[in-house]
Design a binder for this molecule. Structure first.
Ligand code: NAD
Length: 504
């Protein structure tokens, strides 16, 4: 079946591709491949819709976004089934992902006005006669390019915030999860039928590249660092700015005073949930040497109980992207060849499309399993002298997305959290930052740049606009050819009094 795309707009590509259930390889649905002209037509329709959407009062946009949130919540069951079928993840994980997305739509809708509305700012002594106003205006059309691992939560971090800031959105979901993307777009059209404010384009890399070249106001990309570089090159042609939410190699630090049961439970979930196909999944664990063996024993017990499968009781599903299994295999093989020791699993854990849990120890820090994103249910565990050494090794990565620290001493935990070169750190839990909508989310280095979520996420999709309004004539007018040498002397005297004082 070829899905009915975009109830609004007119682009109708002829070529199609199939989306498959990764556990059974059954075809779920067929979708059109959007070519350059189709993308251009969609972006043009979005420009018109953007003007209408931006022209609505804040309250109207907020009401519509909250209505969408309510719609998604009421039909959560149907959407979760679709996510389960397209990604293979357990139904409960799909439900959790949607719940988190709902929290973000709610926050973005309720806070957009407060964060972005016009406000008076101080004009300072030199410009006392000016009233200064700052406001954040919509950019226009945002192109959102999404991944497949969290096909609702991840793109929603851009879509909800871009819409709440007053922009229209053209969304290209991953070619692995177009049905979930179509569901989101169609559900928005149910509550906002007037204009195509959120539209879908489907296809693989080339469709995304057309979007990056289409002259949209900004691209919000989520995916791998390698693809981000290609998207950035395409964006460069029109100086289109972008947000890049890329991969990670998140570290998990365990101090000698940590609650080891809680730490092992959290590390197992952080490493294995969604089959490790999580940008902020735990891939490296550094444990202070005094508790290394006890922690490893507890982690081993926890991870040994976890099972992949396609049945309803399975803890996680198949590898959604078939090619990822080869990456996981290469990382395990490289670690073993360099002297790494498997504590649970190993190469035999790979039973396509499933991969069982793997714990590796004694893995040299320069191995691929430590330096590159594995994106599978594997974790390396190493002993360190103290938290500082853990921080140093964690920071040696090219990536800098999320991290976790387990320690009972609050001061030590917070100090380590601050020193970690990650965009987000969870203390005594994993991934908690993703569920706090007021906290910005994003990375540095190969993990990308820019922020989604929170006030920074709203501003990411806005243009700061500064306005000065002269309230009264200045005592001396310096921006006029009528200014005199005396005027300049006066102002230099004032400047010297204000700013010329020596600081010790
Ligand atoms: P990917 O880079 O293969 O693809 C991401 C998207 O880019 C897809 O929609 C794809 O079709 C599109 N694309 C591919 N080539 C393109 C091109 N040349 N121009 C424009 N678009 C192009 O990533 P993936 O396999 O879908 O997702 C997994 C990656 O995403 C992992 O690295 C993961 O860590 C990362 N991720 C990051 C976050 C985050 O918030 N930082 C969240 C989820 C996933």
């Amino acid at each position: 079946m070829v899905t009915t795309l975009r109830t609004q707009g007119s682009a109708r590509p002829a070529e199609t591709f199939d989306t498959l259930n990764p556990a059974t390889s059954e075809v779920i649905e067929s979708f059109p491949v959007f070519g350059e002209d189709d993308v251009a037509e969609t972006v043009e329709a979005a420009r018109q819709a953007a003007a209408w959407w931006a022209g609505l009062p804040w309250k109207e946009r907020r009401t519509r976004l909250l209505a969408w949130k309510s719609h998604v919540t009421r039909y959560l069951g149907r959407l979760a089934e679709l996510v389960h079928n397209e990604t293979g993840k357990p139904l409960a994980d799909a439900q959790l992902e949607i719940l988190l997305a709902i929290v973000h739509i709610d926050w973005a809708a309720r806070n957009a006005h407060k964060v972005l509305r016009p406000r008076r700012v101080r004009s300072g002594l030199v410009a006392l006669n000016q009233a200064a106003t700052l406001e954040y205006q919509p950019l226009g059309v945002i192109g959102v390019i999404g991944p497949w691992n969290y096909p609702v939560f991840t793109p929603m971090g851009s879509i909800a915030y871009a819409l709440a800031a007053g922009n229209a959105v053209v969304f290209k979901p991953s070619e692995l999860t177009p049905a979930v993307g179509a569901w989101l777009v169609n559900s928005f059209a149910e509550v906002v039928p007037e204009q195509p404010v959120l539209q879908l384009i489907t296809g693989a890399g080339p469709t995304g590249e057309h979007l990056a070249r289409s002259g949209v106001s900004k691209i919000a990309f989520t995916g791998s660092a390698a693809t981000a570089k290609k998207v950035m090159a395409a964006c460069a042609e029109n100086l289109t700015p972008m947000v890049a939410e890329c991969g990670g190699k998140d570290a998990f630090l365990v101090a000698d005073d940590a609650d080891l049961d809680a730490a092992a439970d959290a590390a197992a979930w952080g490493a294995l949930s969604n089959g490790g196909q999580t940008c902020v999944g735990i891939e490296r664990v550094y444990v202070v040497e005094g508790v290394y063996h006890s922690f490893l024993e507890k982690l081993t017990d926890k991870m040994a109980e976890v099972r992949p499968g396609e049945d309803r009781e399975a803890d996680y599903g198949p590898m959604t992207l078939p090619g990822q299994v080869d990456v996981i295999e290469r990382h395990i093989a490289d670690a073993l060849a360099r002297g790494g020791r498997p504590i649970i699993g190993g190469l035999a854990s790979i039973r396509k499309p499933f991969v069982g849990p793997v714990i590796l120890t004694d893995v040299p820090e320069e191995s691929r399993a430590v330096t590159e994103e594995t994106f599978g249910p594997t974790v390396t565990v190493a002993s360190v002298a103290n938290l500082d050494e853990g921080v140093r090794l964690a920071n040696a990565s090219r990536y800098g997305l999320g991290a976790s620290v387990f320690a009972r001493n609050k001061k030590d935990a917070m100090a380590a959290a601050r020193k970690l070169r990650s965009g987000m750190t969870a203390v005594n839990s994993v991934i908690a930052f993703a569920s706090v909508p007021s906290l910005p989310f994003g990375g540095s280095g190969d993990s990308g740049f820019g922020r989604i979520h929170g006030a920074d996420g709203l501003r990411e999709f806005s243009r700061p606009k500064s306005i000065t309004r002269q309230r009264m004539k200045p005592p001396v007018n310096l921006t006029s050819f009528s200014r005199t040498d005396k005027d300049m002397r006066k102002i230099l005297t004032v400047a010297t009094i204000l700013h010329g004082r020596r600081y010790k």
